[in-house]
Design a protein around this ligand. Sequence first.
Ligand code: AMP
Length: 339
Amino acid sequence: MSETSEKKPAKPVVLTCAQPTGRLHLGNYLGAVLNWGRMQDDHECYFGIVDQHAITVPYVPAQLRENTYSCLAQYVASGLDPARSRLFAQSHVIGHTELAWILGCLCPLGQLERMTQFKDKSRKQESVDAGLLFYPVLMAADILLYNAALVPVGDDQKQHLELARDLAEKFNHRYSDTFKVPEPFISKVGSRIMSLQDPTAKMSKSDPNHAATVFITDRPEDIRKKIMSAVTDSSAEVRAGADKPGVTNLLSIMSACTGRSVAALESEFAGKGYGDFKKAVADAVVAMLDPVRLRYDELIKDRGELDRILKAGAEQAQATAFRTLSKVNRKVGFVERPR
Ligand code: AMP
């Protein structure tokens, strides 16, 4: 992208940040990553792998590094395209922590102490470090550094986005108009995928029951096994409804994988048993995820390619970050950095 078009983005800037926390599952894929991929044509997308956020809770350094590569490979395999978007590791871009410090100097301590996620996470830890408290300020910096207009957020991050909006407004008011106040991006077609073993709970990567979660890098035989053993009910009727959460979940998974409506699937399987139905669901999931897994398997072995993607993403993100940072530094009264 040329220097001038970077300065005046015609498309709205979208920032998506994800912690490198291991394997993505079918819920992440259908509920989030597919939508992010669809946004790449008409938005200027930044996809940040936020490794600096990942060290706010106990972790293993070697695993963090592996997870960062794995997370990148899964995103690229899922359709996030380094040629159209900026895929980068947060720690590779100078500016996130610098801006976080400046925003932190505008942020009342009480507002951070009231964050629900801080209270939840700190309850689970014996001792709490300042980084965990400061996490939402770093997230605000992630967003404001790129002047993002839109931020796709789940329920758990809404309060953090609210803080980013407050800090943007506060900075603009105290110094002068600098930051866009970011809006939450609520996707139109978000599928909520439920656990295969307890269809009243969301599918989750941390489910201790391994049969409950389909990971996007699962082998076809494992996907089939998990779907064939999914919890349904005793009525053997393929129909969606509040009284049939297991079948409803499988119907919405198949619908999301094939693009066919739930009603069309209900008529196709009318009078057929759960065995045939589950086999068809498994076929649909395998057909959708197989190319993703094959691409992932190739990429994860190719560190050179992953490093090249990270380098290119960081260079592009850095150009934007430096522009914001130099404007901010000037406004807060720092002497211009010697060049
Ligand atoms: P998490 O894995 O909780 O960090 O979530 C990453 C993204 O995936 C967020 O945008 C979530 O809203 C989305 N997500 C997580 N679990 C599910 C699920 N079971 N169904 C649909 N979307 C999900």
